[in-house]
Design a protein around this ligand. Structure first.
Ligand SMILES: [Zn+2]
Length: 103
């Protein structure tokens, strides 16, 4: 078991991927509490750096993410959530946050 390595602000990066289509959906930050809550509830929780609070994905939009599997990066400094999304991952309504192609 790899220990999670949180950065100096107590955070690590979370990549969120659709468990079925394998599409990369979004990137977010997690603190220890977000990891615990996600494990306990199997619902994706993150830490909002802008609002400085724990955040249940889909709390207001209803677009929750049912977590199927949690994987840890080889260095322990990033986490991968494999989820079944109940709606678009992005607040814009796009399926994935990565809908913009760089020119
Ligand atoms: Zn987005």
């Amino acid at each position: 078991m790899i220990d999670l390595k949180f950065d100096s602000q107590g955070l690590l990066t979370a990549v969120v991927q659709d468990a079925n289509t394998k599409q990369v959906l979004m990137l977010a930050m997690m603190n220890a509490e977000a990891v615990e809550r996600t494990q306990e509830t199997r619902q994706a929780h993150f830490w909002s750096r802008s609002r400085k609070c724990l955040w249940l994905k889909g709390e207001t939009s209803g677009n929750r993410m049912d977590v199927q599997d949690i994987r840890i990066d080889c260095d322990g400094d990033a986490i991968l959530l494999l989820v079944e999304p109940r709606g678009p991952a992005c607040h814009t309504g796009e399926t994935s946050c990565f809908y913009t192609e760089m020119e």
